[in-house]
Design a protein around this ligand. Sequence first.
Ligand code: SF4
Ligand code: SF4
Length: 462
Amino acid sequence: MLLATPLRFARGMLPANWHQLSSFFSRSTTNTAWRGGIKLVGHKQLSNQVPIRTLPLAGQVVAVPLQHGRSLAEPCVHIGQQVLKGEVIGRGGAAIVWAHASTSGTVVAIDTCHPADGEQPLPAVHIAADGQERWAPPCFPPHPLTVPALAEFALRMGLVGLGGAGFPTGIKLAGTAHPLDMLLINGAECEPFLTCDDRLMRERAADIVAAAAQLAKVYDITQVRIGIEPNKPQAMTALQQATVNADRRIEVRALPLRYPAGGQPLLVKSLTGRTLAPGRLPAEVGVLVLNVATVYALGRALLHGEPLVSRIVTLSGAVTSPGNIEAPIGLPISTLLAAAQPHGTGDIQVGGPMMGRVLANSAAVVSKTTSGLLARSESLFPPRAATRPCIRCNRCVDVCPMALRPLQLLSACEQENHALLQQEKLTACIECGACSQVCPSSLPLRDSFRHAKRTIWLGIRT
Ligand code: SF4
Ligand code: SF4
C-alpha cells in the first residue's frame, strides 16, 4: 500500500461554486508573469469601509495557545498568578515559539483550547481579563542585531506567519546558506471577503515600511518590494507615501488581480520573474518572503518591544456589523460573533471561502492565523452542486496556476497511485482550490489533493 490510509473525499470542506459570477482565465489569454488563476467577486466593500476597532475585554477569559505546529511551549505561570499584557506565559528552547499574555489579568486555568482554524485542541493558558490592558515592560532585541539574534528574538516574541499556516517566523528568518538580495512583502489578499490586511496597510503603512527597512538592514538587502493587488488603491497609496522617507529603496508593485496572486511561487514570479521550483525555499532564489501582517508584527517587536499578542480579524458575510477587529489571541470566537451579529444560515466560515474552513467548535478562540469570520448565507455561499462525472472540459487545467493537470491528479488520488501522484507533481499543488472552483462537475479536486498530501506526508514520517 503506497498511502497510509484509504483516501476519502471530504465533502463540504470547500464551499466551491460559492459565487456563480466567478470566471476563469484561460491559459492562452493571460499575458502576465504566471498563467491561470481565476477572477473572483471580492465582496471586499462589505468590511473594508470602517477603521479597525477593538472590543472591551473586562469580564472576558482568553485562552492563549501554547502550541504552534510542532512547537510546544512549556507554561511558566501558575493558576492565580497576576499577569501583564505581553508577559511571557510559555517558553522553550531552540525553535520553540514563546507564548505571551494577550491581556492583563489572572491566570485561571492551564488546560486546552480549540483554535478557530485548527483541527485539534491545543494546550493553553486561560486568563481572566481585568479590563485594564496593563502592559509588561517592553523587550527589545540585542544590538548589533545579527540574523541569528533576530531569528531567536522572533521566536521569543511569539511571531508566526500571519498570512497562512502560522510557520514560526524565527525559523524562517534563520535562513539558509543562500545569499539573499531581495525582501518581498506579500500584501496580496486575494481571498474574497477578507480585508484585514487591506485595513492594516491603509492604517499602519508607516509601521510596515519602518519594519521592512529594519529587516532589510539586518539582512543587508538592498531591494524591498511590496506586492499588492490594484483593488486596494488606498492601501497602495498609503504604502507609497510611507516609502518616500524610507532609508532603503522600497517599491510598491501591483500584482495581477487574479486568485491566487498571493501564493508564494506566484508572488515570487510576479515580483522578481524568478521561478520557485516545487519544494524549494524562496531563499534558494535569493528572496525572503513575509506576509505584510507578519512584517508589521515584527516591527512592533523590533521597534516597540511588543510581542505578538493580537491580530486583526475580518468580520463579514451575512452580518449586521461587518468590519475588522484587533482581537487578542485567545479571545472567544463567540465574542467576535456577538459584535458582528450574524444573520445567515448559521454556519461560520473561518478564513476565506477558498482556503478556509467551517467553524467546527462554538467554543473556539482566535489564534494567530485566524484571519476572518464569515457568516454564510444562501446568497453569498450557494450550496455546492451534487458531484457528477468528469466531462473532460479541461477547465481545471486552464486555471491551475502551477501548470498541473488536476484531472489526472484526481485519478491518481482515486487509484492511490503514489508513483502517478509524483509524476503529476502533487507536491507542486499549492491547494488554492481554483480547479475545484471552476469544475462544472463539482468534483472535490483540491480537497482530494490536500488529503493525499497529508496522507503521504504522514506515511513518510511514520
Ligand atoms: S475535473 Fe472538472 S474541470 Fe477538470 S476536466 Fe473534469 S469536469 Fe472539467
Ligand atoms: S488546488 Fe492545486 S491543482 Fe488545483 S488549481 Fe490549485 S494548484 Fe492547481
